[in-house]
Write a protein that binds this ligand. Structure first.
Ligand SMILES: [Zn+2]
Ligand SMILES: [Zn+2]
Length: 325
């Protein structure tokens, strides 16, 4: 029953979004659907298979035994059923927000999560593009959260359905009327809001982490209303993984274990070893000392674990790349 319900909502929202994207696209896509979609969809099927293999019960099934054992803190308060449902939804959504932030800040987790960001287009199938190891870690965290709060199984099932539907909605390449977007984003994460998070610009990637409720980003200071370049001109994806072959499922699966073609600067740190960065910067200094001084690169900055530069990531990458060629 649970599977039929989840599959029906998934297919329903997917078809609605796919049709809406055809009729009211927000941005023209450079890549054909038939080159990307089979791979993104194959990845989600693989994710589901891996989840089934590793976790013997679904999250809602686990919540059922949590309830029977009266685990977690919610049963301690004796609140009405609807209050427990509401608190579970809010708590799980807040947890997903912090989990998302953590996947950006911890370098080894960012390697997994960057598979989601490496999609060079932004549409309903981007919502399904997650590395299986990230999906497994995420599920383990949800199991722990459900046990900790003693979440009612109905709320857990409801949350999983909402999370999945909202993710497909807020990754949609759909042009919502500006008024609708403004009203909706007071409560929910809209496609225009989440698209900012898929920008190549570091400051924009590190904003709008929410998946369902838009409140968390406003509350924790990670909210960014619009992309600097505007939705039509902004560049989506990662500078480091833009080749056509990176759309293939085999490349997505191996991507976390490969070094990026270019050094990657994110708030998670540099996605290369410190020595590689020092070598790179010494190469730059050797070739263009004045240029580097002017740009504000400093060895001390590198040794603090970040690139201490006063220019945008784009420019830093462009300059460093051309200097080291
Ligand atoms: Zn992210
Ligand atoms: Zn996303």
């Amino acid at each position: 029953m649970e599977n039929i319900l989840r599959l029906s909502v998934f297919l329903g929202v997917f078809v609605i979004m796919a049709v809406a994207e055809s009729f009211w696209p927000r941005r023209p896509q450079q890549t054909r659907r038939r080159d990307r979609w089979p791979h993104n969809l194959a990845l989600v099927i693989l994710d589901i298979a891996v989840l089934r293999l590793v976790f013997p019960v679904s999250l809602a099934g686990f919540a059922l035994s949590v309830n029977q054992h009266q685990w977690g803190f919610l049963p301690l308060f004796g609140l009405p059923f609807l209050a427990n449902i509401f608190l579970t939804l809010v708590f799980l959504d807040l947890m997903i927000y912090f989990q998302h932030v953590t996947f950006h800040k911890v370098p080894i987790l960012w390697r997994l999560h960057r598979v989601h960001h490496a999609d060079i287009e932004f549409d309903v199938t981007t919502a399904l593009r997650f590395h299986p190891v990230e999906i497994l870690i995420s599920m383990a965290i949800k199991f722990a959260a459900v046990a900790a709060i003693g979440a009612p199984p109905e709320a857990v099932l409801f949350f999983e359905i909402i999370l999945n539907a909202c993710a497909m909605f807020n990754h949609g390449n759909i042009a919502l009327p500006a008024k609708w977007d403004q009203r909706l984003r007071r409560i929910l994460v809209t496609p225009d809001m989440h698209r900012v998070h898929h920008s190549v610009a570091v400051a924009e990637i590190n904003s709008n982490y929410g998946f369902n409720i838009s409140l968390w980003d406003r509350l924790f200071g990670t909210y960014r209303a619009q992309p600097e370049q505007g939705h039509d001109r902004m560049k989506i994806g990662l500078e480091q993984f833009r080749e056509k072959e990176e759309m293939r499922i085999d490349r997505m699966l191996t991507q976390p274990f490969r070094h990026a073609r270019l050094p990657m600067v994110t708030e998670a740190g540099l996605d290369v070893s410190r020595q590689e960065v020092i070598d790179l910067l010494e190469g730059i200094v050797g070739n263009a000392g004045d240029d580097v001084a002017e740009a504000g690169f400093g060895r001390e900055g590198v040794e603090r674990g970040g690139l201490d530069c006063g220019m945008s990531e784009d420019e830093a990458l462009r300059r460093s790349h051309s200097r080291t060629r």
